[in-house]
Design a protein around this ligand. Structure first.
Ligand SMILES: CC(C)(COP(=O)(O)OP(=O)(O)OC[C@H]1O[C@@H](n2cnc3c(N)ncnc32)[C@H](O)[C@@H]1OP(=O)(O)O)[C@@H](O)C(=O)NCCC(=O)NCCS
Length: 264
């Protein structure tokens, strides 16, 4: 058994044994070519054939681990864990301090694997979908970190299914890129939302952090619905922490995810 870089020709044999953990087509088919160029994309080889893969991307002080897949015929032998450990080794050598990954709350095997390697559940996030629609709202982009500081109640925010530190530098970058939306009434910020265009599906808009009053958050969602309507998006995905109680007509509550973290 050998761990090496994944290649273009691994794609077919790997996809052949991949069943999506989240039903439907496995998203790694769409990101494979990008992953070959980005970060570290590892394959485990057995008798010349790939029997597992794992991808890592690096940012600031964090390694993000994703796309862990082991051929069902080769599971329960420690190969999944070895791929994660190898990825962590690469990250440590490059001096990255934190490792994170996102796992569906129903994927008990993976959560167990992560916990056995020292990962802890940092936070839980619900995925919701909402359809684009013509809507009115009074949302503006945030212009100043002071405007939003009371509403940042998380170490992380999500962008295209990766979670990043929600620290000062991230906030000022997001403000510069007009990615933080605010709902203000009587000079008070009542809600914030951080949005992005999903990199995985190009016609999906995402909210990767949401907090505030019920009516404030509703306004942010109306704004996104309208944006989606104007740019012909298929849907708006919302990732909000489990503790955010989101209720709104047309909001489709989907799955719960665990954000796992380990200090390297
Ligand atoms: C999750 C997944 C990657 C795990 O891969 P794996 O190679 O079976 O993982 P490991 O073998 O390292 O660990 C799994 C179990 O095997 C056990 N194990 C490890 N080495 C072993 C060995 N030599 N002999 C017997 N059992 C062993 C582990 O203790 C663990 O047991 P547990 O489930 O009781 O905790 C694999 O099930 C998979 O591809 N699932 C579908 C895709 C998926 O869910 N990916 C993760 C999305 S975040």
């Amino acid at each position: 058994m050998q761990i090496r870089k994944a290649t273009k020709s691994d794609k077919k044999p790997v996809l052949d044994f991949c069943q999506s953990p989240y039903s439907g087509i496995d998203y790694i088919a769409n990101v494979w070519d990008f992953w070959l160029k980005d970060g570290a994309f590892l394959a485990m080889e057995h008798k010349g054939k790939p029997i597992g893969v794992c991808h890592a991307s690096f940012s600031k002080n964090q390694v993000w681990i994703e796309g862990l897949r082991i051929n069902p015929e080769f599971r329960q032998r420690g190969y999944g864990s070895s791929l994660v450990l190898k990825t962590e080794q690469i990250a440590k050598r490059k001096n990255y301090k934190i490792s994170r990954m996102i796992i569906s709350n129903d994927n008990k095997k993976s959560i167990k694997l992560a916990k056995s390697l020292g990962y802890k559940i940092e936070s839980r996030w619900y995925l919701y979908n909402i359809k684009p629609k013509r809507k009115q709202s009074q949302i503006i982009p945030a212009t100043n970190p002071k405007q939003i500081e009371n509403l940042i109640d998380s170490n992380t925010y999500s962008k295209s299914w990766k979670w990043f530190a929600f620290d000062k530098s991230a906030i000022s970058e997001l403000i510069k890129k007009r990615k933080i939306l605010v709902f203000i009434q009587n000079k008070k910020t009542l809600a914030i939302g951080v949005w992005n265009d999903s990199k995985i599906d190009d016609d999906v808009l995402q909210i990767g952090y949401l907090n505030g009053t019920k009516s404030g958050m509703k306004n942010i969602l109306y704004h996104m619905q309208n944006k989606g309507y104007e740019q012909n998006s298929r849907r708006i995905q919302i990732l909000a922490q489990q503790k955010i109680k989101l209720k709104m007509k047309d909001l489709d509550k989907r799955m719960l995810f665990c954000l796992m973290k380990k200090d390297l």
